[in-house]
Write a protein that binds this ligand. Structure first.
Ligand code: SF4
Ligand code: FE
Length: 483
């Protein structure tokens, strides 16, 4: 396993093509806007060496028998799935951010079981190829960006019917050595902090979309891959030099638009190429795993937000008010509801044909659909408790100012024995989680990450077995006899 320092050093050896604010970033690792997101991923390495978390953060490889970071593991039992969610809650608590490494983790498990079934049904040889790749990922303890979402253009048209055929990533050439791909993957979590990128199709494909049914992995600095870094609300506060106004002093997340400009992929890195009937299964499984993930990571971030709200209430002198206590209890109830869903879909996991365990898809989709709602209510309650000062407060520079600093100090005071600066820091943390850089992960990503709410509704409808429910009703209403 890599240590956090070894992870950071290994990123320095990559030669990524990254753009931000219209300029090429020569050193992404030390860039002040990117660095907090890198720190979050580094935490997934650091905690794997902490004895207290060994059980959650590490696993025994099913491929080599060696001890590995859990983020590179293929789930071998339902307990592995449960531990995954617990690990994600832990990391959410430690970073109050998206720690990014789960997208690759979820991709590994989805690609493994899907390629196994493709080989079984079609006589292809993708699974062994993929497992060889997984051994490499485990041995090197890599962070891999699991890349699914295409730009999608006109949502009413299939990939091959788009005015611009590149709006879904596709194979443009096949040679004896490999394939050439063109297109893009949008809002790619942690892309710039990853060693590798593992691409999957974004929807169930049909015969005419055969060229779009493609899955492969490449080093993140492969020729022709370009990263255009995504903006976040309040991101440039990280360029101001202080740490109060950034809210979260150490951590963050990031997304990027990843462009593939005629990129060559050797055959030993191709895991699907034209087998369009299997793209739907791959999408369903990856999405299912990532919907499970949200029952862990968002809950951990929620723990921090609830803690920050409770702490702000104390600093404000409002902690004993009964309505504040009720609101905090409500926040806990909502947060633990999400956790219950994450644990439930994991505990009900089942083995796929490859031996890799899959979550209960119905419960994972219920989990994520709740995540599209409950964090918003938790955030609303946190803002209610924090008070308006959270968004009207002067800056850190004003607090530090030789002449007017004393006014900020004096008039922003809450309870007498708490320094004004502490109150400001806590309110800025809440602002960060609900409106700032971390709001990407806690709010909008709760809505659209791992698929927008409608995608979960479709899956829930599909899994609902309405005929069975109607039959139960007919029997009890005396219309039919039980068989
Ligand atoms: Fe992991 Fe959550 Fe970030 Fe997805 S949103 S990569 S599950 S931390
Ligand atoms: Fe996500």
């Amino acid at each position: 396993m890599k240590t956090a320092d070894q992870y950071i050093d290994s990123l320095r050896r990559l030669n990524l093509t990254v753009y931000m604010f219209g300029e090429k970033v020569e050193n992404p690792v030390d860039h002040p806007i990117i660095r907090p997101s890198l720190n979050s991923v580094a935490k997934t390495y650091e905690l794997a060496f902490d004895e207290r978390y060994e059980e959650l953060m590490t696993a025994t490889s099913s491929l080599t028998g060696k001890k590995i970071n859990r983020f590179t593991h293929l789930h071998q039992c339902a307990d592995d799935l449960v531990k995954k969610v617990k690990m994600q809650r832990l990391l959410g608590q430690k970073t109050a951010s998206c720690f990014q490494r789960c997208v690759g983790f979820d991709a590994f498990n989805a690609v493994d079981s899907t390629t196994f079934e493709m080989d079984r049904d079609l006589g292809t040889e993708y699974n062994q190829r993929f497992r060889d790749y997984m051994v490499y990922v485990q041995e090197e303890d890599l962070t891999v960006d699991g890349a699914m979402t295409d730009p999608k253009g006109d949502r009413s048209l299939r990939p091959s019917r788009q005015a611009d055929p590149d709006l879904y990533l596709r194979v443009v050439e096949k040679t004896k050595d490999g394939i050439v791909v063109r297109g893009a993957k949008a809002h790619q979590t942690g892309a710039v902090n990853s060693h590798e990128i593992l691409v999957m199709p974004t929807i169930a494909m049909e015969a005419e979309d055969r060229d779009y049914a493609v899955s492969f992995a490449l080093p993140s600095d492969a020729e022709g891959i370009i990263y255009i870094y995504g903006r976040q609300s309040c991101d440039t506060r990280r360029l101001e030099g202080g740490d109060i106004d950034v809210g979260n002093c150490f951590f963050g997340g990031h997304e990027a638009l990843v462009v593939f400009e005629d990129v060559f992929v050797p055959w030993d890195r191709v895991f699907m190429c034209g087998e369009y009937r299997y793209s739907g299964v791959l999408v369903e499984r990856f999405a299912g795993y990532h919907r499970q993930s949200y029952g862990g990571c968002k809950v951990g971030v929620g723990d921090v937000l609830i803690g920050a709200a409770a702490q702000a209430a104390e600093y404000n002198g409002a902690a004993k008010a009964s309505h504040i206590r009720e609101k905090l209890t409500e926040m806990v109830h909502l947060n633990e509801t999400l956790y219950s869903c994450g644990i439930a879909c994991s505990a009900q996991g089942v083995a796929t044909a490859s031996g890799t365990y899959l979550i209960d898809l119905m419960l994972a989709n219920v989990c994520k659909l709740n995540v599209t709602r409950l964090p918003y209510e938790i955030a609303r309650l946190a803002e209610d408790i924090a008070g308006g000062l959270m968004v009207t407060m002067p800056s850190e520079q004003d607090l530090r100012h030789p002449e007017i600093g004393r006014y900020v100090e004096k008039y922003l005071k809450g309870v007498a024995d708490v320094p004004t600066e502490h109150r400001m820091r806590m309110l800025r943390l809440i602002e960060n989680l609900t409106l700032g850089t971390a709001a990407v992960g806690y709010r909008t990503e709760s809505m659209h990450g791992a698929g927008s709410p409608q995608a979960q509704r479709i899956m829930i409808t599909r899994q609902a077995n309405m005929d069975h429910k109607k039959k139960l009703a007919r029997v009890l209403a005396g219309i039919e006899k039980e068989e």
